[in-house]
Design a binder for this molecule. Structure first.
Ligand SMILES: [Cu+2]
Length: 119
């Protein structure tokens, strides 16, 4: 039986590859993550797409990740898990509709994240 906490741990993860990207493509490499529309209400956690799109992102160390709130409700993108709380890796704070936050990982690893308002 998978509880909701571990489900989110699986679904919402940023994977930072150990490959250091240097060269011509480095400057333009970036990925944007958005919350599912309407994810202020429950339901997205039961869909295959999940509550953040895309729900798993792989980037290289040094590549920029843009967390953009395209939903109408305020959300956070907070590294950590609903059960364990924030881990300090990154935290957008309360991101109002239309706002965005940038984070560039400096070390390789897997970073689960969640919304503090709608865990
Ligand atoms: Cu939220």
């Amino acid at each position: 039986m998978i509880n909701l906490g571990s489900m989110k741990l699986i679904l919402f993860t940023i994977i930072v590859l150990s490959i250091m990207v240097v060269g011509l493509d480095q400057a333009s490499a970036e990925v944007t993550i958005t919350p599912a529309l309407g994810s202020g209400a429950s339901g997205c956690e039961t869909t295959s797409a999940g509550c953040y799109h895309p729900n798993v992102v792989s980037v290289a160390v040094g590549e920029k990740i843009i967390m953009q709130n395209t939903d109408t409700a305020a959300h956070t993108f907070t590294a950590g898990t609903p059960d364990g709380g924030p881990n300090g890796e990154f935290d957008t704070g309360l991101l109002m509709a239309g706002n965005s936050f940038e984070w560039t990982p400096t070390v390789a690893g897997k970073v689960p994240y969640f919304c503090m308002v709608h865990p």
